[in-house]
Design a protein around this ligand. Sequence first.
Ligand code: NAD
Length: 488
Amino acid sequence: SKQLMMALLVLENFIGGKFVPCSSYIDSYNPSTGDIYCRVPDSGKEEVEAAVKAAKDAFPIWSSKSPLERSQILNKLADLIEHDLEAFAQAESKDQGKTITFARTVDIPRAVYNFRFFASSILHHVTECTEMATMGCVHYTSRAPVGVAGLISPWNLPLYLLTWKIAPAIACGNTVVAKPSEMTSVTAWMMCRLLEKAGLPHGVVNVVFGTGAKAGEALVCHPDVPLISFTGSTLTATRITEKSAPHCKRLSLELGGKNPAIIFDDADLNQCIPTTLRSSFANQGEICLCTSRIFVQRGIYSEFLKKFVAEARKWKTGNPSDPTVDVGALISKEHLEKVRNYVKRARAEGARILCGEGVDSLSLPPGNQKGYFMLPTVIAEVKDESCCMQEEIFGPVTCVVAFDTEDEVIKRANGVKYGLAATVWSSNVGRVHRVAHRLHSGLVWTNCWLVRDLNLPFGGMKASGIGREGAKDSYEFFTEVKTITIKH
Ligand code: NAD
């Protein structure tokens, strides 16, 4: 076992520009083999304290740099990550279980783009000014960075979502203590190795690795961290809200979803079916924006279902590092069990499982027999009240049900506690606008999915979150505004 330990990748915290070992570690698994392959620092109060101190010390220098100076460093960092894109993609795929294709084409390119995007957008913000001639006054607003930002991210899109927070936070002149998910820490650690080369002063970005309960909570409770940006589950968000309340912290919460796709009988199925397959099963269904309730208008219901199931069966599940594979491994054994249980419960309630789990057999290469795999699964004839139609499953499982009228489907689509993203399929422009306006959802995609312009707000309604992120929204979140009045 000593030999095994030596072969393991051992991560270290990154504090004040230096890698520092931790006194205890957590095991991290390779989801596609079930083997422990990495040890992640099990940080707590002490490590968080050191990281917050480093971030506080770095704040005066970093916050006084011009937006252009910060922008140049962000661009340099983007170039460095892009230069190592393949290594980052391999690491993300191994650590998370996602397919190498997804990591290469989505995760890492987006992490690069996050830095480039905020490097550019920080140069283009203007503040407000009003004149009150009768009083002889002008009013204007000025914006300043807040201080040390606490950034907490989930395991599904590890570097993608972490950099979506780090980039705007530091572009605005804040310094950062970040805590990635304990299950997917490797790419954040790899990024730390590039920060100095990019010209980032020591202490501007600090990363503490560890669990939510220990490291995450220490960050949330730290009195010198006035702002927390969190992406993760709704349950964790309520805990963070509670714990941060005594300090009146500013919170941005990007949470779960139970996203509907509404497919009217005039939809172009040639576009709708492949896109709805992607929106259901991309990244093993482990994206907060994934579709998991598909409402199909009665007239095309059977045709849709037949074609959709036939296409779902073509999605190849297996070794994530095989570029021909579409569905990789789920994040953990526990999560796989949880997702499977939803399918079991649906079956017990009398729903029909049309393909995937329990219906088709999964054959895996010899090296992946102990991995956390599951076939894309389609459930039909499931009641709206069923847990499969109400709770976030976060796996390759989607429910398909029929509807008759526009009013009915809007009511049903809105009938969950979440409100993150919805898709609407129709060739009737009037209907598309009408439906989009009535959906309780922070994002509505019509005749497409996951097309994002980072300039515009991203975030959820209801239990899907508080606050929005995007060019202007992130700028507002990561800065403190002041209104100044001058009388002449
Ligand atoms: P999670 O809430 O379990 O964990 C998210 C992060 O919070 C992790 O880093 C974790 O260590 C940390 N954490 C856990 N408990 C904490 C505590 N008490 N105090 C501080 N930090 C704590 O979520 P997850 O399972 O990693 O991610 C999946 C969830 O994230 C899903 O619900 C998904 O919908 C959601 N998500 C939302 C978005 C979005 O933008 N809306 C994007 C991706 C994922």
